[in-house]
Design a protein around this ligand. Sequence first.
Ligand code: FMN
Length: 182
Amino acid sequence: MKIAGISGSLRKHSTNKGVLRAVAKILAEKGIEFTLVDISDIPLYNQDVNTQGIPASVQQAHDQLAAAAEAIVLASPEYNYSVSGVLKNAIDWFSRVENQAFNGKAVSIMGASPGLGTSRMQYDLRKILVFLNAFVLNKPEVMIGQSGGKFDDEGNLTDERTTEYLRKAVAALIDLSRQLNQ
Ligand SMILES: Cc1cc2nc3c(=O)[nH]c(=O)nc-3n(C[C@H](O)[C@H](O)[C@H](O)COP(=O)(O)O)c2cc1C
């Protein structure tokens, strides 16, 4: 099995990237390959550009996601109560690519923030993924609030209880993916 992840934060010491690194570690223990798909080179969506074709950077990130993912983990901060612009922009582009990679896949939404743990963002992201025909894991929801004390300065997850919770989420994602592929 192969799982890919996308971070909705581009910053170097992002805690959400840290969530994906923790997920990668958990998967490695299970012998499952994890790929972090980099969306930082994707341009702002412009339908005029799209009419000319899919930009190489979009196609490359999309193809990396498609090749690396039987299931997908999206870890994102909440910006102004919703999905970060960079993640929404990448999803908008991916939705225009032939054989879009979210179609029929199991997706786990995760998020870390100093406040309520990205809960408001997560329900918006679920709604977006309905249109892409993704199957978003219902439970457990991974909303890592009060993130200040749970990550180090480089964005690495240091909180044991959160890591244990991530293990449950990863196991549920694998189960859902297997059910979808039966
Ligand atoms: C533009 C902007 C908007 C933000 N809006 C919210 C918000 O609505 N809710 C929240 O909990 N945190 C909000 N924050 C704080 C982020 O949750 C915090 O910066 C978080 O650590 C970013 O995730 P990262 O560590 O993965 O980069 C916002 C931050 C920025 C830069």
